[in-house]
Design a protein around this ligand. Structure first.
Ligand SMILES: NC(=O)C1=CN([C@@H]2O[C@H](COP(=O)(O)OP(=O)(O)OC[C@H]3O[C@@H](n4cnc5c(N)ncnc54)[C@H](OP(=O)(O)O)[C@@H]3O)[C@@H](O)[C@H]2O)C=CC1
Ligand SMILES: O=C1O[C@H](COP(=O)(O)O)[C@@H](O)[C@H](O)[C@H]1O
Length: 512
């Protein structure tokens, strides 16, 4: 097992952190009574407070339709405690919760926005937040334009004097290429591009950011990171959970719009991009775009759709997708999707990338698996593996979650008088090297947005490039209904066709 030699002293870490302290500001969360706010956003803001990364002059205002003024702060406190890593009587928790406020309005209510604006000005006076605002649109996508339109109409989108206004917009950003373009146009009418932070929470995950550090912060991996040495790349986002009561949302989204077009494409771009000149938003953005634009048109025959039926997950009975609340009993929505794609550039030509994502799979496992080519000459005969190749290929696995880390599989001589080879693994685990963390990925993204750093956020061009890839496929899927849904049992690894997608290339998912 690999251990980390942490050579940075805690004092240096604190110095670096303090350099990143944002200006005084108010974070205004639209959709404050929702699931995302309670489970992720408020806990993440509190984690920043625990780390001393929030400015002293700071407040949070939650905005939603139901009047929850009496209970909001307590609810958020409960959410933070549930996430762990904090004691009930921690003075920092009280100090933080005291600065959490609630404002009731419907998103289509002009008077509500006017009153909200006045409330924010009062809070500026009370907390010294100087008119700086970070608006977070933690709402269903159909409200994005309305809210941004009203921010513009009530003069909340353009800062007064030298204050700043930034807006984080949740995913999904559009439903297809055309709607993404329209949304971008609407948003750009009110906000400049440098005010817009299109969030993809996968980019907040340490292990996703570590893909770039692994590749470009070390000297030994990049030389083999290409078609000469790599046989294939696999990216899996397997979830054991179902749709968690989000029927209406998921019916319109499906696995491709929910995960593949955004999270998986972001991860893929990190795995495949050319070395950027610097770690800056504009540079990274260009490199990511080059990857997406180099992807060949997705072919129908290189894709697989699945939908789960009833089954057993983690020892518990699970209902099928079509039996879920507010789901069409004849739904055509895919809860699993797999595809093969190729990146037509000098580095990757001929290397297949296999990508899959699904709900109600055998276990939660998000990872990137890089399988290297066989050595040019097999001088050790007689060792076989599941795929029937002569020696077990080297496999580098980047575990995004859970059990975050990286492992490298290689062949080792089995002790004894004959020369037999067995696969063994070098394993780096984040938790062993750096300790367990309660961070949920939103910390870094919220902090970066407060600092105006868009490196880990999606840009207009990028969102449109990934939609340009997926839209033709989604249209073809819509034209060709599936007749075999449900085609995988909850608790399995998806439909058999997903295995066949690789088998026809003489490969299999991950294990060989
Ligand atoms: N939940 C998650 O884990 C993730 C969510 N996301 C994205 O985050 C966003 C929010 O998701 P989630 O929190 O799950 O959604 P929820 O449905 O749980 O919450 C929606 C929020 O919007 C408010 N709202 C809805 N309509 C109105 C209206 N007309 N006027 C005022 N308030 C309104 C609701 O208020 P009220 O309660 O008063 O109706 C509620 O606060 C979505 O874009 C989703 O795709 C992204 C990644 C993960
Ligand atoms: O954006 C989304 O992500 C979650 C998975 O996030 P993770 O951080 O738990 O991997 C997914 O469950 C949800 O359907 C989707 O909207």
């Amino acid at each position: 097992m690999a251990t980390a030699e942490v050579t940075v002293s805690p004092a240096t870490v604190n110095e670096q952190r303090n350099e990143r302290k944002p200006d005084p500001c108010i974070v205004v969360i639209f959709g404050a009574s929702g699931d995302l706010t309670k489970r992720k956003l408020l806990p993440a803001l509190f984690h920043l407070e625990q780390e001393g990364l929030l400015p002293e002059e700071f407040a949070v205002v939650g905005v939603a339709r139901r009047d929850l003024s009496a209970t909001f702060a307590k609810d958020m406190r409960d959410g933070i405690l549930k996430g762990g890593g904090v004691d009930d009587d921690d003075p920092k928790l009280k100090e933080f919760v005291d600065r959490v406020h609630y404002f009731t309005t419907n998103f289509d209510d002009d008077q509500g926005f006017q009153n909200l604006n006045a409330t924010l000005s009062d809070l500026d006076t009370r907390y010294g937040t100087k008119g700086n605002r970070l608006f977070y649109l933690a709402v269903a996508p159909e409200y994005f334009s309305d809210i941004i339109h009203r921010l513009g109409k009530h003069k909340m989108a353009k800062p007064e004097s030298d204050a700043w206004v930034r807006v984080i917009i949740e995913k999904p950003f559009g439903h297809d290429l055309q709607s993404a373009r329209e949304l971008n146009d609407e948003v750009n009418q009110v906000l400049d591009e440098d005010q817009i932070f299109r969030i993809d929470h996968y980019l907040g995950k340490e292990t996703v950011q570590n893909i770039l550090v692994f590749r470009f912060g070390n000297g030994i991996f990049e030389p083999v990171w290409n078609r000469t040495y790599i046989d294939n790349v696999q990216i899996t986002a397997a979830e054991s959970i179902g749709i968690e009561g989000r029927g209406p949302f998921y019916e319109k989204a499906g696995a491709s719009r929910d995960i593949l077009q955004n999270h998986m494409m972001e991860v893929l771009s990190y795995v495949a991009m050319e070395p950027p000149d610097s770690f800056e938003a504009s540079t990274i953005r260009v490199e990511k775009l080059k990857v997406w634009r180099a992807i060949e048109q997705l072919k129908l025959e290189d894709t697989v759709r699945g939908q789960y039926g009833p089954g057993t997950v983690d020892g518990q009975q699970a209902i099928g997708y079509r039996e879920e609340d507010r789901v069409d009993p004849n739904s055509q929505t895919e809860t699993f999707a797999a595809l093969k794609l190729e990146i037509e550039n000098w580095r990757w030509a001929g290397v297949p990338f296999y990508i899959r994502a699904g709900k109600r799979l055998a276990k939660r496992e998000t990872e990137v698996t890089i399988t290297f080519k066989q050595p040019p000459l097999h001088i050790f005969k007689g060792t076989t593996n599941d795929c029937g190749t002569q020696v077990t290929p080297n496999i580098l696995t980047m575990r995004i979650q859970p059990d975050e880390g990286i492992s490298l599989r290689f062949g080792a001589k089995v002790p004894g008088p004959t020369t037999n080879i067995a696969p063994v693994t070098m394993n780096f685990k984040y938790a062993d090297a750096f300790g367990k963390s309660t961070a949920n990925g939103y910390e870094r993204l919220l902090l970066d947005a407060m600092l105006g750093d868009a490196t880990l956020f999606a840009h207009r061009d990028g969102v449109e490039a990934t939609w340009a890839l997926f839209t033709p496929l989604l249209e073809k899927w819509a034209e060709t209904p599936v007749s075999d849904f449900p085609n995988y049992d909850a608790g399995s690894w998806g439909p058999e066709a997903s295995n066949e997608l690789l088998a026809r290339d003489g490969r299999c998912w991950k294990s060989c």
